[in-house]
Design a protein around this ligand. Structure first.
Ligand code: PMP
Length: 290
């Protein structure tokens, strides 16, 4: 089956899809994106992803080109056309195509919308069984990290550092020594007395959709969830650590900068949270999660 992508309302073969070089996403990274998981052909927690997409658009002054219902329909059609069973739907909106100039183009310029799917093992991830290594690196990003900007150079460099170190993720660290989040995930630790800790929401981090679902699932189980800052040293000394994202769900972090967390294996509470999340994902029905 040939790969079909979505460009400005049309479903086209990948080989035929193109965006002009004057697209502001290409020139200025003037746009935002979101990514939702697909399990068994169904979108996971998609309403929350779309709500974040629309909020990010509003924050940068782009009117959403579609209603939530239209977005959902396009995503579902893309999943169907590509026969996607397990993987991701990527959605990107930029401020459109106009002669290069920093300020916004005239209102007549329409946003550019691109969507595509990627097959990926998420629920069936092998890495989740052994757990992932994590390195830490300075957080070099701008101050509006709550916006899911397509300007991802700092994360690209952080991720490449992780690859060079032979691990899966980089946790970014503020100048004050506190962990902000992963290059493409939310960072969590579990203290020795069983408290699940993650950084509170602010402009310093992206409000992770998986973060929110995992916190809710934990609370439903009567587990203690604490939103506060933590340092690299506290994370290394924690009982367990993990990170969350639409593309990894709940991923055990078993080493941090080469130091084992706990016994260096996925911890029991992390495994339980992953199982709870997988149950939720399996029960999901496009767009109407929780
Ligand atoms: N933080 C950052 C910087 C990310 O790129 C991601 C992945 N989109 C996340 C957190 C996790 O967000 P979500 O759970 O919505 O995928």
């Amino acid at each position: 089956m040939s790969r079909i992508v979505f460009v400005n309302g049309a479903f086209v073969p990948y080989e035929e899809a193109s965006v002009p070089i004057m697209d502001r996403g290409f020139l200025f990274a003037d746009g935002i994106y979101d990514v939702a998981a697909v399990i068994d052909g169904k979108l996971v927690d998609n309403e929350a992803h779309l709500a974040r997409l629309v909020r990010c658009l509003r924050d940068i002054g782009i009117e959403s080109p579609y209603t939530i219902e239209e977005w959902t329909r396009h995503e579902e059609e893309l999943v169907t056309r590509n026969g996607l069973s397990e993987g991701l739907v990527y959605m990107q909106v930029t401020r459109g195509v106009f002669e290069r100039d920093f300020a916004f183009p005239p209102e007549s310029v329409k946003p550019t919308v691109v969507m595509f799917t990627q097959a990926k093992s998420i629920a069936s991830s092998k890495l989740a069984k052994t757990g992932a290594g994590v390195i830490t690196t300075p957080d070099l990003r701008w101050k509006r990290r709550d916006i899911k900007s397509i300007a991802l150079l700092a994360q690209v460099l952080a991720k490449q550092e992780a690859v060079r170190a032979g691990v899966a993720e980089a946790w970014m660290v503020e100048e004050d020594g506190y962990v902000t989040e992963g290059a493409s995930s939310t960072a969590f630790i579990i203290t020795r007395d069983g408290r699940i800790v993650t950084r509170p929401l602010s402009n310093a981090i992206l409000p992770g959709i998986t973060r929110r679902a995992v916190m809710r699932l934990a609370e439903e189980q009567g587990l203690a969830v604490e939103e506060r800052l933590f340092t690299v040293a506290e994370a290394q000394d924690a009982a367990e650590a993990f990170f969350t994202s639409a593309s990894a769900f709940v991923m055990p972090a078993v080493t941090i900068d080469g130091k084992p967390v706990g016994d260096g294996k996925p911890g029991p509470l992390t495994k339980r949270l992953r199982a709870l999340y997988l149950d939720m994902a399996a029960a999901s029905n496009s767009g109407n999660m929780r």
